[in-house]
Design a protein around this ligand. Structure first.
Ligand SMILES: Nc1ncnc2c1ncn2[C@@H]1O[C@H](COP(=O)(O)OP(=O)(O)OP(=O)(O)O)[C@@H](O)[C@H]1O
Ligand SMILES: [Mg+2]
Length: 510
């Protein structure tokens, strides 16, 4: 194999080439794979490209031939074929920068595998700016980092279920935490509720706080639950509208909202939940039966009320990661909690208190801000998406249904991490919202493995396909381990079938 400079030549450009695509023939197909990075040398210039297709082609053994003729050629070892790689040009190396090249790549140009150094120079950022999130797909030696400055205009993490969204989000939280960022996480499935713990069981970082409510259904054990804090509300602090929100009464249900107003007006001190319920019992006529279902909901969630409302200083502090575990709540209640927290922070930011930047991670964002939703949390998220950066509030929206996420919010996200997505409607939503997403990258989305992601937008120098590293912190939700659950189920079934166990159970029950 020949060498050019110190690099090994793996192929030569052939056939028709343009400034943004080139095709090259290789002698050893085992040296190349799809998505690999190479460069073509044109005089002193290097044009970096990413392989988008590897094909084998034979002019002799063409599709018009029948089986017998082909087998004869194969037996005589006359079969000819070539391996061709088609690469998309990512830019021409000009000093430290990678610039769009308009110069045509001539045939016969040598093509080399891009070295670790060449790639890291163009795929990573230096020190303070860089968040190290993984490595290039198929190139463990090439670190990929993203630019913290690129998060100024928000980020979307999108993928179908199980593709690695929560892992990617946790990796970003870990990296941001190392940089001293303040982070708030809206966590409807307690995916991040164990983040205080590192992989080896030791405490991960001092500044991580988990807030749960008495309704939380996250997988806490005695130890993790004692390390978390309760997020509570003081009933007396609530306006009538907020009580309606908590009861899941929509904005447009004006009669029910009016009844809640009436109850609030007739409430006697101390104006707590008990006062509210006794004022309800005094209601006369139809109003009482109309609101009774909603009152039952309030009764069920009564444990969230306490003597004080958790103050902002508890969950917002420089360099602190605060996970708000919203599990066990219905969407209306989760919306209320989420809105209460974000609104408090937003108002503080607008007033100028708390000069440090705040990153807000929103899991299952399509549930908080579906298209056209008038819910307060949806309005708040739209406001943060369009104006938050002026006040130092930055969004990271996470969703498995980008097609069901408000497109205004999605299109304000100038950077994206997109993992495996097979649903065409979701792919279309991504294409429409992301200017830097090329058609060919979109075609790659269904073939990504777990943890592999297309990174595009302001936080990368060029769009890149990376393998996101595994999170350093413990997983909260994650995938269920079906095998061990079935093992448990079999044990239970066998116990029920065992006559001795059956007699024991009978005795216990009588
Ligand atoms: N980069 C990765 N490297 C190794 N394992 C990963 C990676 N990303 C995810 N996984 C594993 O794959 C599983 C699913 O990941 P994760 O929970 O992040 O997916 P998700 O997209 O958030 O799923 P869901 O839609 O259910 O919330 C987890 O068990 C996780 O540990
Ligand atoms: Mg998840």
């Amino acid at each position: 194999m020949q060498e050019s400079g110190s690099e090994k030549i793996i192929g030569y450009t052939v056939g028709e080439n343009t400034s943004d695509r080139f095709t090259f023939v290789v002698s050893d197909v085992s040296e190349v794979s799809k998505w690999e990075y190479v460069f073509a040398e044109i005089g002193k210039r290097k044009v970096i490209g990413r392989i988008e297709r590897v094909v084998s082609r034979s002019d002799l053994l063409n599709q018009d031939m029948d089986f017998l003729s082909v087998s004869k050629y194969v037996e005589t070892e006359l079969a000819d074929h070539v391996f061709l790689c088609q690469a998309k040009s990512l830019g021409s190396v000009e000093g430290d920068a990678l610039l769009l090249s308009r110069k045509i790549i001539p045939p016969g140009s040598p093509v080399m595998r891009a070295s670790q150094r060449l790639l890291e120079d163009h795929l990573s950022y230096p020190g303070e700016r860089s968040l190290n999130i993984g490595h290039l797909v198929d190139r463990n030696d090439v670190r990929v980092s993203v630019d913290i400055n690129g998060l100024k205009r928000h980020l979307a993490i999108l993928a179908q279920t199980g593709a690695g969204k929560s892992n990617a989000a946790a990796v970003l939280m870990e990296e941001l935490l190392k940089k001293g960022a303040s982070i708030i996480v809206l966590d409807p499935h307690a995916d991040y509720a164990l983040m205080r713990t590192g992989k080896n069981g030791a405490r991960y970082a001092a500044d991580i706080r988990i807030f749960r409510t008495p309704l939380s259904s996250g997988r806490y054990n005695a130890q993790t639950s004692s390390l978390s804090s309760l997020f509570t509300l003081r009933f007396q602090d609530l306006e009538a509208d907020e009580i309606s929100d908590i009861m899941g009464i929509k904005e447009e249900w004006s009669t029910l909202r009016r009844i809640v107003d009436d109850i609030c007006r007739s409430m006697k001190p101390p104006r707590d939940l008990a006062s509210f319920l006794s004022a309800y019992r005094e209601l006369k006529g139809e109003d009482s039966s109309k609101i009774s279902g909603r009152i039952r909901i309030l009764g069920k969630i009564g444990s969230i009320f306490s003597d004080n409302t958790t103050p902002m200083e508890e969950y917002l502090a420089p360099g602190q990661l605060s996970i708000l575990d919203l599990s066990g709540m219905d969407q209306a209640l989760a919306n209320y909690f989420a809105h209460r927290v974000l609104n408090t922070i937003y108002e503080a930011k607008v007033e100028g208190s708390g000069g440090f930047p705040v990153f807000v991670f929103v899991e299952e964002a399509h549930n908080f801000v579906p298209p056209g939703s008038r819910a307060l949390i949806a309005q708040m998220l739209r406001k943060v998406a369009s104006e938050g950066r002026k006040f130092g509030m930055f969004l990271v929206v996470i969703s498995q249904r980008p097609g069901k996420l408000d497109q205004d919010v999605l299109s304000q996200c100038n950077s994206s991490i997109i993992l495996r997505i097979t649903n065409p409607l979701d792919q279309k939503a991504i294409m429409e919202s992301s200017e830097s997403m090329s058609e060919s990258m979109l075609q790659d989305l269904p073939s990504l493995n777990i943890g592999e992601a297309v990174l595009t937008g302001e936080f990368v120098k060029i769009p890149v396909i990376a393998t996101i590293r595994k999170r350093e912190t413990a997983e909260g939700g994650g995938d269920v381990d079906l095998l061990s659950l079935l093992e448990e189920a079999r044990k239970l079934r066998d116990r029920r079938r065992d006559p001795a166990e059956f007699r024991k159970a009978l005795k216990e029950n009588w």
